[in-house]
Design a protein around this ligand. Structure first.
Ligand SMILES: [Zn+2]
Length: 203
């Protein structure tokens, strides 16, 4: 007779001690099953985590998603900006050439939007264009500047705006003398300069 494997005989042969052992032994398959189930569960969790990690990695980084838009009424902008800044940034005006404070400014540092403070240009990209306005051959990071077709004043140009607050910066032209071939022609009134500190200059 061989009921439930060899364990049946152990019970018959060994009395109370055998019964205790029988109880332990009969729990063993259940414990093994639980251990096995926990092990399987751990593998499933591990695999699902790995899949989630893969999904994260394959998702392209979209810069625009990280830019928090700043929206204000024209009344609010008038309070924040000087009349000259308001004319350029909000009414798309242009400062007179060779008059802006950053036209011939070549210190190391960063230029940010004068309306919202968003960093737009690095001094390393600034060059002397002799056009009368501060000129850069690139922006500080992708997605920081919005380009928009501008047909005003009987010309076909590309307007550049701060992507955070929509402030008018100037225009971009593809006649730049450097490797990028770009000339971001910016009003000094649209930007503010922050000099590089010792630690940022070393980078
Ligand atoms: Zn801005």
């Amino acid at each position: 007779m061989y009921v439930n494997g060899a364990r049946f005989f152990e019970v018959l042969d060994c009395g109370k001690a055998g019964m205790r052992r029988f109880k332990v032994l009969s729990f063993l398959p259940m414990m093994i099953k639980i251990k096995y189930l926990l092990f399987l569960q751990a593998i499933v969790v591990l695999l699902s985590c790995q899949n989630r990690e893969k999904t994260k990695q394959s998702k392209p980084i979209v810069v625009m998603d990280t830019i928090q838009k700043m929206e204000k009424s024209e009344e609010e902008w008038r309070k924040i900006l000087s009349p000259e800044q308001y004319y350029v940034l909000r009414e798309k005006g242009t400062e007179r050439p060779f008059t802006g404070k950053y036209n011939l400014h070549f210190e190391q540092g960063k230029y940010s939007c004068a309306a919202c403070g968003f960093e737009l240009f690095d001094a390393g990209h600034k060059f002397e264009s002799h056009c009368g306005w501060p000129s850069f051959d690139n922006e500080i990071g992708e997605g920081r500047i919005v380009k928009k077709k501008d047909l005003s004043h009987g010309m076909v140009r590309t307007e550049i705006l701060c992507s955070r607050c929509g402030g008018h910066l100037g225009h971009i032209f593809d006649d730049g003398p450097t490797a990028t071939g770009q000339r971001y022609c910016v009003n000094s009134l649209s930007i503010n300069f922050t000099p590089a500190t010792d630690s940022t200059q070393k980078k």
